[in-house]
Ligand binder design. Structure first.
Ligand code: SF4
Ligand code: SF4
Length: 151
């Protein structure tokens, strides 16, 4: 789940949990791993062994028994909200949605938190601001989420 209520005109998370479903999409960068480890009182190695999986050279948060992110529960939502990975905090301002209006259209259909009225150029401008202000932009495709690397 993304941060609630940032830039309300564009996005307000409805806490539906849809973006926490599925397997293997959540990249955890070295910074994310350090933050999650501290939050859960684990070493980085323990965190990765217990909750991560290596895919294509990157660490990703694995799915639990219900095919949702292992940190997601229906009762509580994201159980690591305060320490969740950058890619979760960045949604819906992913590279594809910022660069491509069709991608934003698909994201609107998927995520009820994105305003259906927001124009793509406004979304892209505000999204870049949000990512920059919150230090969510990435630069290392070897270990960070490609979705957070912008030209
Ligand atoms: S870390 Fe939290 S916000 Fe991110 S996918 Fe998992 S449950 Fe959802
Ligand atoms: S799909 Fe959108 S509205 Fe639903 S939890 Fe994720 S960010 Fe929030």
């Amino acid at each position: 789940m993304a941060d609630e209520s940032h830039q309300n005109a564009v996005f307000q998370c409805r806490m539906c949990g849809r973006c926490c479903e599925g397997r293997g999409g959540i990249v955890a960068s070295p910074e994310d791993i350090a933050r999650l480890s501290a939050f859960l009182h684990l070493t980085s190695e323990e965190l990765v062994a217990r909750y991560g999986e290596q895919t294509g050279g990157k660490v990703k948060i694995r799915a639990g028994d219900t095919d949702c992110c292992v940190f997601f529960t229906r009762e509580k939502g994201c159980t690591v909200h305060e320490a969740k990975p950058a890619v979760c905090r960045a949604w819906p301002y992913f590279r594809g949605n910022i660069l491509d209006s069709e991608s934003l259209g698909l994201a609107k259909a998927f995520c009820p938190g994105i305003s259906p009225y927001i124009r793509h150029d406004d979304f892209a401008r505000l999204g870049r601001e949000y990512l920059r202000e919150n230090k969510l932009l990435a630069s290392n495709p070897a270990c960070e989420a490609t979705a957070l690397i912008l030209p």
